[in-house]
Design a protein around this ligand. Structure first.
Ligand SMILES: Cc1ncc(C[n+]2csc(CCOP(=O)(O)OP(=O)(O)O)c2C)c(N)n1
Length: 381
């Protein structure tokens, strides 16, 4: 038995939740899809989970009753905000934390966090329960009563199957996502119309590459690139969302005479936007930072990202990248990567792509295999 996103949102409303913020997880895509257009429980797309905790703190101080939606990977990201903001000041929030790695059955990046999620909540002193569809009304009533009485965050862990699945495909086929839960376009916005799929763009970007190390952001970017061709110099980041650009910068700084290439996603870059300033300040001439911008969190069900309203290439230019270009056609992608590999950087290439997702297999290597062959390829020169 599972509960639909619409029913879940109704129950949140009945419990007078009137503000929500979060980072998507596919386990609750149906709930997020409902909240994204909900008139009374508005959803704010946060760039990071701890930012969602901060948004909820502000909303509660302003008189709202907030909910924070996150994957348990984001519980790790949020620990400091929970400890030194929500728990220290006593700021209530309903934490809906999806439980990837539940019962040890999931992709490798979820196993450890899946094991320790309830323990982390216990360690922090955050009361928590495992949500079930059968007892959702009682679970929500308990959580709301606890957070009001204790004046602090309370968590419901949401295992797979509690919320109905399957909206991703409908959304992928539908009209382009154009909202992030509100907000007007910034002056940096200028619409770039996507023309090619990410798979086509990846194929074009891979063409000029020789033996350069290449770090892929997590999600479908890894999988589609792998489906086009594997090489030991490919680092497939299957977890640690946001970190591809940091790993690439680390490579570039440690090996200044060798190029380092990053294939990033818009959601990934937004989660770690400060990296732009770090690159701007350090000026690694050997860094090529490509962002495949489909305007959505594609890997978790196509929730809109902020890249509809904010031009990431212009942020990179303002942060001090030597070049920052935006491209939309396959020939332009190939030419931009070719030019970047042959000249002093740091270079930023925004590749605007459609939301189309190719059938692509999971990365078949273990994390240790990915590490070992990548490092060996670097040390071989
Ligand atoms: C800290 C954290 N929060 C949430 C997730 C769930 N997650 C996995 S991939 C992904 C979307 C990545 O978006 P983007 O970089 O735009 O790439 P796309 O999936 O669109 O190719 C999300 C939200 C995660 N892995 N880690």
């Amino acid at each position: 038995m599972s509960v639909s996103g619409a029913r879940f949102a109704d129950l949140l409303e009945q419990h007078r939740i009137d503000f929500s913020a979060g980072v998507p997880c596919s386990l609750i895509e149906d709930l997020i899809a409902t909240l994204e257009t909900h008139p009374r429980v508005p959803y704010v797309a946060a760039v990071r989970e701890d930012v969602a905790v901060g948004l909820a703190a502000g909303a509660w101080l302003a008189g709202c009753r907030p909910a924070v939606l996150m994957q348990n990977s984001g519980l790790g990201t949020s620990l400091n905000a929970l400890a030194s903001l929500s728990l220290m000041y006593g700021l209530p929030a309903l934490l809906l934390v999806t439980w990837r790695g539940y019962q040890g059955k999931d992709a490798p990046e979820h196993i450890l966090m899946g094991d320790i999620s309830p323990k982390l909540l216990t360690l922090c002193g955050i009361p928590h329960r495992v949500l079930s569809a059968a007892s959702i009304e009682a679970d929500l009533a308990w959580a709301i009563a606890e957070m009001e009485q204790r004046l602090q965050p309370v968590a419901l862990l949401v295992p797979p199957g509690v919320v109905e699945m399957g909206r991703a495909h409908a959304r992928a086929a539908g009209p382009p996502a154009t909202r992030d839960g509100g907000g007007t376009p910034s002056p940096l916005a200028a619409v770039l119309e996507p023309r090619i799929s990410r798979l086509v763009a990846l194929g074009a970007a891979l063409k000029p590459l020789g033996r350069e190390p290449l770090v892929h952001a997590n999600g479908y970017i890894c999988r589609e690139s792998f489906s086009l061709g594997d090489r030991p110099q490919n680092f497939y980041m299957i977890g640690s969302m946001g970190m591809a650009s940091a790993i690439g910068l680390g490579l570039a700084l440690a090996r200044p005479h060798r190029r380092a290439v990053v294939f990033d996603g818009d959601g990934n870059l937004l989660m770690n936007l400060g990296i732009l300033a770090q690159v701007g300040a350090r000026q690694p001439a050997n860094l090529v930072h490509c962002v495949f911008d489909n305007g959505v969190y594609g890997s978790t069900g196509n929730q809109a990202s902020l890249s509809h309203q904010v031009r990431l290439d212009r942020l990179a230019a303002a942060a001090g990248y030597r070049t920052a270009v935006a491209v939309v056609a396959a020939g332009e992608v190939e030419a931009a990567v070719q030019a970047a590999l042959g000249s002093e950087g740091p270079h930023f290439i925004l590749v605007k792509v459609t939301r189309e997702e190719a059938e692509a297999p999971r990365i078949p290597f273990t994390p240790a295999e990915i590490r070992d062959r990548f490092r060996a390829s670097l040390l071989a020169g």
